[in-house]
Design a protein around this ligand. Structure first.
Ligand SMILES: [Zn+2]
Length: 273
């Protein structure tokens, strides 16, 4: 699998990555992590650190997870959400205009991904009189600004992205120059869609529906303990054995248990088996 952006490793842009097997133990970890630090940059870093087995051919540590661009981190979350359950997911939204409810469905794999643009992850542009180097934001930047107010967070982020230019003060930048930095970043950055734009079936108004992967990963493991219970009852395996099963194999056993129950109830009713 390949990242839409990539990470510079020993001077080369590497896009390859792999995940650990997504077992019940993994789902239990995600569920318990969500109860502690849901949705924050720290949550994303912890989740990716425990889900990736390699980035760019190298072992995963938290520094490498933090060095990934924000777009790559979101892309990886979407891949995990897809592996967990690609859907189709049915959502009920309330129209922002007529306030009527309506349904829509989507699959994670159908949502578009913007690949990184020219110059990624860093390029030099002219900002007024200054030639400056601008890079895309990373997880490390998100960690650095996560505790700041919105206004201070933006200034701090901009000063990190344009690097150390002693003659350049971020607070002295014009609105146009700030916009220029943001535009350069957006053009370079990889990105995933976190919204679906759809029209209300009642009044035709445009609505934006949140389909960010965080929302779906926070549901990981919701039915896990019920599933472990069903398999333990049927096969008499212990919890740690069941939790080591990859998700797909666990689902296969659950289907087999359902089928055998169906066969038993049909047999009890006198139907041919
Ligand atoms: Zn409407």
């Amino acid at each position: 699998m390949e990242l839409p952006g990539g990470l510079i490793t020993e001077g080369r842009l590497r896009k390859d990555f792999s995940f650990v097997p997504l077992t019940g133990d993994w789902e239990l970890f995600v569920r318990e992590l969500g109860q502690r630090v849901s949705g924050s940059p720290q949550w994303v870093t912890e989740l990716l650190f425990h889900s990736l087995s390699s980035i760019g051919g190298e072992e995963v540590n938290k520094a490498r997870v933090c060095a990934l661009s924000v777009g790559d981190r979101q892309y990886l979350l979407r891949q995990l959400a897809k592996l967990l359950d690609d859907g189709p997911h049915w959502l009920t939204a309330t129209c922002r205009c007529c306030e009527e409810p309506f349904d829509l469905s989507f699959s994670h794999s159908q949502l578009p991904v913007k690949e990184a643009g020219e110059g990624y992850p860093q390029k030099t542009v002219s900002l007024g009189k200054h030639p400056v180097s601008i890079r895309v934001p990373t997880g490390e930047d998100q960690h650095a600004i996560s505790h700041l107010s919105a206004e201070r967070a933006l200034d701090t982020l901009l000063s990190r992205l344009v690097g150390c230019e002693p003659s350049l003060s971020i607070s002295a930048l014009s609105a146009e120059q700030r916009q220029q930095i943001e535009t350069v970043c957006e053009e370079m950055a990889a990105e995933i869609s976190s919204e679906i734009i759809t029209h209300c079936p009642h009044c035709e108004a445009e609505n934006r529906i949140d389909v960010s992967p965080n929302r779906f990963l926070q549901r990981a493991g919701q039915t896990l303990l019920t599933e472990v219970h069903s398999i333990a009852l049927a096969y008499h395996w212990d919890e740690s054995t069941i939790l080591k099963l990859p998700r797909a194999r666990r689902q296969t056993y659950l289907n087999l248990i359902d089928q055998s129950r169906g066969m038993r109830s049909q047999s009890a009713m006198g139907a041919p088996v």
